[in-house]
Each structure stands twice: as structure tokens, then as C-alpha cells.
Design a protein around this ligand. Structure first.
Ligand SMILES: [Zn+2]
Length: 297
């Protein structure tokens, strides 16, 4: 299962304790995944809304003690939806109660705003696998819903961005800290922990990679420089003999041939008297120039 499905599953399983929160979660599901018409509920059908439908049934049952079932499928504006609720005694009164009470709760209770956001995430939310990328989004049918959702998130100091994607209005967050805040507001605590762990692992791995690349870079630069020096020294040896070099350069040339992998500092320490890294570098550069002259001739 994807991380997003795990988050949804956690949210679907948790049933709010209070009636006010339950009504608000139902309101969000009806607003984002479907619509009400008389005593019927229509929920747009997609793999994403299956959980929303399940949660709808559970909330109706636990809050109003009514059991409802799927009545059938239909098509509206090119989208498939399933219908339920009609034929269930008392359904109309239940839906009226939800419609009348929820807006007041939403205005005054933080718990209800969280419940509403949970219902919204179950219906149209998505969050990327934290091991790969940081991305959380809500895909809204219209601009008003997107604006409302952004304001609701802002009540929790969460700043989301929005964009139009084809005919949808997408509210999204790409920042890991802010995604953690959202998971916290949704009360998706297990998912939050999973997210934090994945994030730590990813940071550690990136850090290791960075250091590894850096070490390998340094080593290969040193090896390349060393093998260029050896090529130069061999060329001098073949063409004119190392005796053609001044004594100081002869000395370092022989040391380099005998110690192809030593660093400049190590070479300097083998000299008597010892010479610092920059002194060794200077002598090797002179050898390079000498070889270059021979090549030109
Ligand atoms: Zn509440």
C-alpha cells in the first residue's frame, strides 16, 4: 500500500468521539466526494472515494444508528456515482440535521475543523511517499472549495498554495515541515511517525552520499594528478634521462616514481630536509614544465 493509502486508512478507522465532529466529517465527505439530493447521497465513484463511502456508512451508523446500502450506480456529467440513503427511513431528517448543524460547529470548534479536514483528505487528498518526494494535495472540483480549504488550513497556521490543473483546483503543500503539521492536524499520528522516520532516513542517506561523493572526488583528483606527474617523469627519463634535471627535481622525481600513491605532504616528509606541501607542488610543477618543453620539441 502507498503511504497515501495508509494515511487514509488510518483516518477511515478513527471515529470521532463527539457528534459535532462526526457531523462535520460527514459534511466534508458530502461536499468533496459527492452531493446530497433529497434523501439520497451520491458519491462519485473512483478508487479514491471507496474509503470515503465506507467512512460515510460508518459515521451514519454510529451517529444516527441507521444502516444504509448502495442503491445503484448512475452517470452525471460523465462521472460515475453511486447512490445510497434513499429508501432508508429517517434519512432525510438526518441529512437535514447535518446540513443545519455542521456550519455552526465548523465556525466555532477547532475539533470540528480538524474533523472536516479529515473528511476532505479521505475524499480528495493525496500525500506522496516521504521516502521519495514531499507533496500533499487536495484536488477540488471548484475554486470556492479550494479557497475555503486554504482558509481552513490557515486557521491552523498552515499555508497552502493552489493551482489550476486541467478542470480541477488543487490545494498543495511541498514542504516537509508543513506536511507534518497537516498530518498532525488530521490526527494521523501513526502516519506522522512513519513520515518523520522516512524523512530522517532520507536525510541520513543524502548526507552519506554527499560525503562519499566528496571523498571519491578528492581521491580521484589526487590519483589523476599523480599519474600525470608519473607520465611526465617517464617521458623525461626516456628522452633525456633524469640526470638532465636539477638535483632537487631529480630527488622528487625518483620519490614520485617509487611512491605513486603518496600525497604531496607525504612526499615532502620523505625528503631530507623535509619540504612542505607547497614546496613539493612547486618542484613537481617545474618537472611538468620541463616535460612539456620536451613534448613541444
Ligand atoms: Zn467537534
Amino acid at each position: 500500500m502507498s503511504f497515501s493509502s495508509n494515511v487514509k486508512e488510518e483516518l477511515i478507522k478513527s471515529i470521532p468521539h463527539d457528534r459535532h465532529c462526526r457531523l462535520c466529517e460527514l459534511t466534508a465527505i458530502l461536499a468533496f466526494a459527492g452531493k446530497r439530493s433529497g434523501s439520497s447521497i451520491f458519491v462519485y465513484q473512483s478508487s479514491e472515494t471507496k474509503g470515503a463511502i465506507r467512512k460515510c456508512f460508518t459515521l451514519l451508523n454510529k451517529t444516527f444508528n441507521i444502516n444504509t446500502d448502495v442503491l445503484g450506480e448512475g452517470i452525471d456529467n460523465g462521472r460515475t456515482f453511486i447512490e445510497f440513503g434513499r429508501k432508508t427511513p429517517g434519512m432525510s431528517a438526518v441529512l437535514d440535521a447535518i446540513a443545519n448543524e455542521a456550519p455552526g460547529y465548523l465556525l466555532s470548534n477547532d475539533c470540528c475543523k480538524r474533523a472536516y479536514l479529515r473528511g476532505t483528505f479521505i475524499s480528495v487528498g493525496f500525500v506522496g511517499d516521504p521516502g521519495k518526494s514531499y507533496h500533499l494535495e487536495f484536488v477540488c472540483q471548484d475554486e470556492d472549495s479550494a479557497v475555503m480549504l486554504k482558509e481552513l488550513l490557515y486557521d491552523f497556521d498552515i499555508e497552502a498554495k493552489s493551482t489550476k490543473r486541467r478542470k480541477y483546483y488543487v490545494v498543495y503543500i511541498k514542504d516537509a515541515d508543513t506536511i507534518q503539521d497537516v498530518l498532525n492536524v488530521l490526527d494521523a499520528h501513526n502516519s506522522l511517525m512513519e513520515f518523520v522516520n522516512a524523512r530522517i532516513l532520507k536525510d541520513v542517506r543524502n548526507d552519506l552520499n554527499r560525503r562519499n561523493n566528496c571523498d571519491i572526488g578528492n581521491i580521484s583528483r589526487a590519483v589523476n594528478a599523480g599519474s600525470k606527474q608519473i607520465d611526465d617523469i617517464r617521458l623525461i627519463e626516456e628522452k633525456v634521462g633524469l640526470d638532465a634535471l636539477p638535483a632537487q627535481l631529480q630527488e622528487i622525481a625518483k620519490l614520485r616514481l617509487d611512491n605513486p600513491e603518496s600525497s604531496l605532504t607525504e612526499l615532502g616528509e620523505m625528503l631530507d630536509p623535509k619540504v612542505g606541501k607547497s614546496g613539493v607542488n612547486h618542484r613537481l610543477r617545474k618537472i611538468g614544465e620541463f616535460a612539456e618543453n620536451l613534448r613541444q620539441q
